[in-house]
Write a protein of this length. Structure first.
Length: 239
């Protein structure tokens, strides 16, 4: 995700210093950026936290030795609260919740910032390069982590499951994936999010039909909504 962020911000005039425990990963990203070096102890103004939230305590000690009080910390860590980050890294922390399409400027990057108006105005302009980048409160950032960060995987899961279904039923999984991907592009491509989604469902799911059979099963079993609730619960556990 930190690679996607760097690629999305590549046009914004930043100079990148790259560090990854697996050096080849940093070298690979360096080749894709306009203005980047491997980090070898150089000083920097902003640091992006792009490791797994579970690694925070392990990395914290290492990082606090490197950071200056004025260093701005951009945290990608899902669920980890501003208060906790500020306690460890000082007051200059912004939380981001992006998805991978930010690499091409077609993603969503929610952000929550306690910084002043001038700093926030700067970051709003920079983050706009990633796609849709609304500034939100911290509880909203956590809530919409499912909608921004996780939703692409929910879609990929559906495609994967439907590929498997095609295979089990003697079909061609590759063709199934193509049909589904193009169908989703056609169905979602022109949407803005302001549509009446219940009405859109009714357009497809006629009474007693095939679509309704699947949707009713999802609704009655509660599996889909319980899965989403489990995601929300996990965010609280990570904080
Ligand atoms: N993936 C998403 O779609 C998504 C969406 C929103 C937010 N996020 C957030 O983004 C963060 C990264 O997620 P990810 O999916 O990109 O995970 P990832 O693919 O596992 O990447 C994590 C990276 O952190 C590196 N790392 C491990 N220890 C480190 C250390 N001590 N210092 C610096 N880097 C270290 C890993 O390097 P090695 O491979 O060498 O161990 C790896 O390259 C998470 O906090 C997640 O909550 C992810």
């Amino acid at each position: 995700m930190s690679s996607a962020l760097a690629l999305g911000l590549n046009s914004q005039g930043f100079e990148f210093l790259l560090y990854n425990p697996t050096r080849a990963k940093a070298e690979g990203l360096k080749r894709r950026l306009k203005n980047a070096e491997l980090w070898q102890g150089q000083s920097f103004d902003v640091v992006v936290l792009g490791f797994k939230p579970q690694k925070l305590s392990e990395v914290m000690e290492e990082l606090t030795r490197i950071l200056k009080p004025e260093t701005l910390v951009l945290s990608l860590l899902a669920g980890v609260k501003l208060e906790k980050l500020q306690r460890h890294f000082g007051s200059r922390v912004i939380r981001l919740m992006p998805n991978l399409a930010i690499a091409e400027g077609r993603g969503v990057c929610l952000w929550s910032s306690p910084l002043d108006k001038k700093d926030n105005a700067f970051w709003q302009v920079s983050l706009n390069a990633l796609g849709f980048a609304p500034s939100v409160s911290e509880p909203e950032l956590d809530l919409y982590t499912l909608h921004a960060g996780c939703s692409p995987a929910y879609m990929y899961f559906l495609i994967h499951e439907m590929k498997e279904l095609a295979q089990r039923a003697g079909g061609d999984p590759a063709l199934a994936a193509k049909i589904l991907t193009l169908s989703l592009q056609g169905a979602l491509g022109q949407l803005t999010g302001e549509e009446d989604f219940k009405a859109l469902i009714t357009q497809v799911a006629s009474k007693g039909g095939v679509t309704e059979a699947t949707l009713s099963h999802w609704q009655e079993s509660g599996a889909l909504s319980q899965g989403l609730e489990a995601g929300l619960k996990r965010i609280q556990q990570l904080s």
